[in-house]
Design a protein around this ligand. Sequence first.
Ligand SMILES: Cc1cc2nc3c(=O)[nH]c(=O)nc-3n(C[C@H](O)[C@H](O)[C@H](O)COP(=O)(O)O)c2cc1C
Length: 227
Amino acid sequence: MTKAAGFDEGARQAVYRAIRERRDVRRGFLPEPMPDDLLDRLLEAAHNAPSVGLMQPWRFIVIRDIGVRETIHKIFVDANQEALAGYAGERQQTYAGLKLEGILEAPQNLCIVCDSQSHQGHELGRRTMPETALYSAVCAVQNLWLAARAEGIGVGWVSILEPNQLRHALKIPQHITPVAYLCLGYVDAFATEPDLERAGWEKRAPLKSVLAFDRYDSNWDAERPTP
Ligand SMILES: Cc1cc2nc3c(=O)[nH]c(=O)nc-3n(C[C@H](O)[C@H](O)[C@H](O)COP(=O)(O)O)c2cc1C
């Protein structure tokens, strides 16, 4: 039996490097806009994602207009104030110091939405798990995020947005789900650690703590930390 070949060593290392060095970027965006061909490559990478039944349920809304970005930023500010109010004490103080978006600094934003009702794919795989339409859209986000890192483009995901307000701002119909609001652009640097780790908000868990074989590990429930 022949075995299909993997990539050569350099290409293989590059893939793992993009995965390892991808960061969520909220600061350090440069004002220089991305050339169209670069944005096209990133969108093409997203559009190459796997999807349930080959449904390709993602839709991409590129946002450059400063007026639209200001509207979205206001939606963020309101949602972020509400989030802040949900914490207390030291946790609240730490939260207040976090930078959680780059909507105005990044010259282009991208909203990836999902049409979970699209008939493309003829419902294959969705009868049992309808949520797989959304999972497919998330795969598109990750493809774009990794390609962007390889291109030297920072990407920051902003989920602190009230979905109906976001829908209203971007004229997204009710049956469409906003999946990811992303800030994209050239950056001055990529951090080596997640921002939330550096800010003392959370630590990354080691792989072995989330790995089991043949059955669910009940210790995962016992070890659930207090929020
Ligand atoms: C679904 C999703 C939503 C996220 N929403 C936000 C957000 O609203 N604001 C933010 O600063 N980071 C957000 N992030 C980024 C995470 O905080 C980040 O991925 C995590 O801390 C790990 O850091 P890293 O991506 O640099 O490895 C989000 C990430 C994901 C996957």
